[in-house]
Design a protein around this ligand. Structure first.
Ligand code: ADP
Ligand code: ASP
Ligand code: MG
Length: 441
């Protein structure tokens, strides 16, 4: 069994959906296809919910009307026969009637409609093409616990049972959506379809998990901020997990973990250029030098300065307990004799955290920071890599450096306003040789 996930752009319009159908027909073994919502739909549904929450019903109605209209255009381009167009239109009408009936209390049900719509339309399209398939609802097997973590054992049991009853070689299901502990619709957070695919692959012990998107695999740097990036042929699970967590948008932050735990290779492929090699994430050794760079925004840095820390044991424990109390994870941490600096990316409880930390010493808070993460060989045997990194960033003020936490990563905290420049400087300084080689071939 192979798991193939297609993202929002890959199912973004009629033409792209046809490409996805072509791609899946090239497989000669059972496949489980995980689909995202049509691109833009989850954003619009989020906006729709926000308007309902602000009691702006008229604006909400206008927005949902225009989203429905956009689906009419998609149906026109997708189905060849009037019969299937009408069938799809009836389905869209029903889905939007349901959406209009929701209130601000139905946030998760509203967001789930995107994936429910795309999978239904896709299966109908395959039926029109006379391709046999089964639509399996993700709500029948995907679930999260009270902390929002996937219930991997339950998922495995339920999914294996459902699959055993299916004879078709193509199974379609929704990414992103799941049930929570109250048996209500919930989701795996934005971009969560990658995570769904990885959880499904792990549950079924799939041969491979394929993530089909709008770019030819994992690039060495963020293509949204840097011009001369290039696709990486292969990368280790650890490096990919680090990059995904620290901002490489091509993968949901947690999506590498289930694949890594089950040693299932993850292939990143481009729906719009299926011939290009893409990137394979697998159990391979670290690279020679730097493999790739990513950056994560929205980071808050905190410095806790206290002379009580001098020679004191148990000090860090007390600080960590405050973050634990407010369920706020810490990303980076550095210490000196009299101060601790750390970063968080979820500032929901920051005021309360600062108030409690003030009992330990003086607190400084820096907002709008970014973590730049470099994945590669940072082991003891490598020489000069960290020096090259710092050399590239001579002109960029660095607030924190995290090095030595693992053999394959180094992270730097900088002001977000310097992020694009830092990524470009690192690209030029660390990949110049490869870039020059590429230019000459
Ligand atoms: P999908 O809708 O298929 O899930 P996403 O938009 O979530 O696609 O992810 C693909 C996008 O990730 C690319 O278009 C690219 O702009 C962005 N991206 C950010 N960092 C990287 C990277 N290191 N390598 C490749 N793509 C990246
Ligand atoms: N549709 C969801 C989102 O836009 C999930 C996904 O695309 O992965 O976040
Ligand atoms: Mg995505």
């Amino acid at each position: 069994m192979l798991v193939l996930k297609f993202g929002g752009t890959s199912v973004g319009n009629a033409q792209n959906i046809k490409k996805v159908a072509q791609i899946i027909q090239t497989y000669r073994e059972p496949i489980l296809v995980v689909l995202s919502a049509v691109s833009g739909t989850t954003n619009t549904l989020t906006e729709f919910h926000n308007l309902l929450a602000k009691r702006k019903e008229d604006e909400a109605k206008t927005l949902i009307d225009s989203l429905e209209l956009s689906y009419h255009a998609l149906l026109d381009g997708l189905y060849a026969s009037e019969y299937y167009q009408l069938k799809a239109l009836t389905f869209i009408r029903k889905s939007f009637e349901k959406l209009r009936g929701f209130t601000a209390n139905n946030e998760h049900e509203i967001l789930a409609q995107g994936e429910l719509i795309s999978t239904n339309l896709f299966q109908l399209y395959l039926t029109e093409l006379q391709i046999d398939s089964t639509l399996l609802s993700a709500l029948d097997f995907m679930s999260i616990d009270a902390q929002g973590e996937p219930e991997t054992k339950k998922i495995k049991t339920k999914l294996s049972k459902s699959i055993a009853d299916i004879s078709q070689d193509i199974i379609i299901t929704q990414g992103f959506i799941c049930l929570n502990q109250e048996n209500k619709i919930d989701n795996l957070k934005r971009g969560g379809s990658d995570y769904s695919a990885s959880l499904i692959g792990a549950a079924l012990k799939a041969k491979e998990i394929q993530i089909w998107t709008d770019i030819d695999g994992m690039h060495n740097n963020d293509p949204r901020y840097v011009e001369n990036t290039f696709s990486i042929d292969e990368i280790s699970f650890d490096e990919a997990a680090e990059l995904a967590y620290f901002g490489a948008k091509i993968l949901h932050p947690q999506s590498v973990i289930p694949a890594k735990e089950n040693n299932i290779p993850v292939l990143l492929k481009n729906t719009f250029d299926p011939e290009s090699k893409g990137t394979i994430i697998k159990n391979c050794g670290a690279s020679n030098g730097i493999r790739a760079i990513a950056a994560k925004d929205g980071i808050v840095a905190m410095k806790i300065k206290s002379y009580r820390m001098l020679l004191a044991y148990g000090f860090l424990k007390k600080i960590f307990e405050v973050f634990e109390k407010y369920q706020t994870p810490i990303d980076m941490i550095t210490t000196s004799e009299v101060a601790v600096s750390l970063t968080i990316d979820t500032p929901t409880h920051i005021d309360k955290i600062v108030k409690e930390l003030q009992t330990f010493g003086k607190i400084e808070v820096d907002n709008d920071m970014s973590i730049v993460c470099l994945a590669g060989d940072f082991s003891q045997k490598s020489r000069g890599i960290s020096a090259s990194v710092l050399n590239c960033l001579k002109e960029i003020p660095i607030r924190m450096i995290s090095y030595g936490g693992s053999d394959f990563n180094m992270s730097l905290l900088i002001d977000t306003k310097n992020k694009a420049e830092a990524l470009n400087l690192l690209n030029k300084g660390l990949f110049q040789e490869i870039l020059t080689l590429q230019e000459t071939v």
